[in-house]
Design a binder for this molecule. Structure first.
Ligand code: HEC
Length: 184
């Protein structure tokens, strides 16, 4: 049986019409299986995010201490490689469930690249006369991190409000007119 509708939401919101079209396990078993896979991938994702944030801040510090393009080349390459692996694993959203082994492999390599990058930056810092711990900003909450990277959240929120009030209703109208929106 093909199941499809345009009220896109999580397949877990109606397991009887999604997973159980094919699977005979209980809803609880199916749901827990998804959560278990996501939790395992998130363990590595969370570690990778911490190291990625640190290495970006350390790289900035190295530039400030006078690091040259040539000195930074290897570190920048490693940071990009780590960042791409994070993007690939996290932006896909469903991958932690649909391809758990592959995504944990990618995240594992991302973590390795991020650690290599940190090591490389510390060598660059040493060449420029700095040894020790790079001072870390307080980014312990989302708000503090947003402030640190200079996001103007007031403007961001205002723009989002405007988008929701002006653009989205136009899209909905168009979809309804074209019979693409089921109104139940
Ligand atoms: C179109 C049919 C279909 C749908 C819909 C479907 N699956 Fe599957 N699922 C399969 C098939 C086929 C396999 C592979 C079975 C195998 O290789 O033994 C599988 C494998 C799995 C496995 C891996 C089992 C194992 O031993 O590794 C899990 C877990 C799973 N599905 C959960 C779900 C959940 C949760 C949903 C709903 C979100 C879902 N599936 C939706 C067909 C489906």
């Amino acid at each position: 049986m093909k199941f499809s509708d345009h009220h896109i939401q999580s397949p877990l919101a109606m397991i009887d019409r999604t997973c159980q079209v094919c699977h005979r396990e209980s809803e609880e078993t199916l749901r827990n299986n998804v959560y278990e896979r996501q939790r395992k991938a998130n363990e590595i994702r969370n570690r990778l995010e911490q190291e990625l944030a640190k290495v970006h801040i350390e790289a900035k510090y190295a530039w400030e201490k006078g690091a040259t393009e040539a000195q930074m080349q290897e570190a920048l390459k490693l940071i990009r490689q780590a960042q791409w692996r994070w993007d690939f694993a996290v932006a896909s959203h469903g991958a932690s469930f649909h391809a758990p082994q592959e995504i944990q492999r990618i995240l594992g390599h991302g973590l390795d690249k991020a650690m290599q990058a940190r090591l490389t930056v510390s060598k660059v810092l040493a060449k420029n006369g700095f040894v020790g711990e790079v001072p870390m900003p307080d980014i312990s909450t989302k708000e503090k991190a947003q402030k640190y990277i200079g996001l103007d959240m007031k403007t961001e929120h205002e723009n989002k409000e405007k988008f929701l009030k002006t653009i989205v209703p136009r899209w909905l109208e168009k979809a309804k007119a074209n019979g693409r929106l089921v109104t139940t």
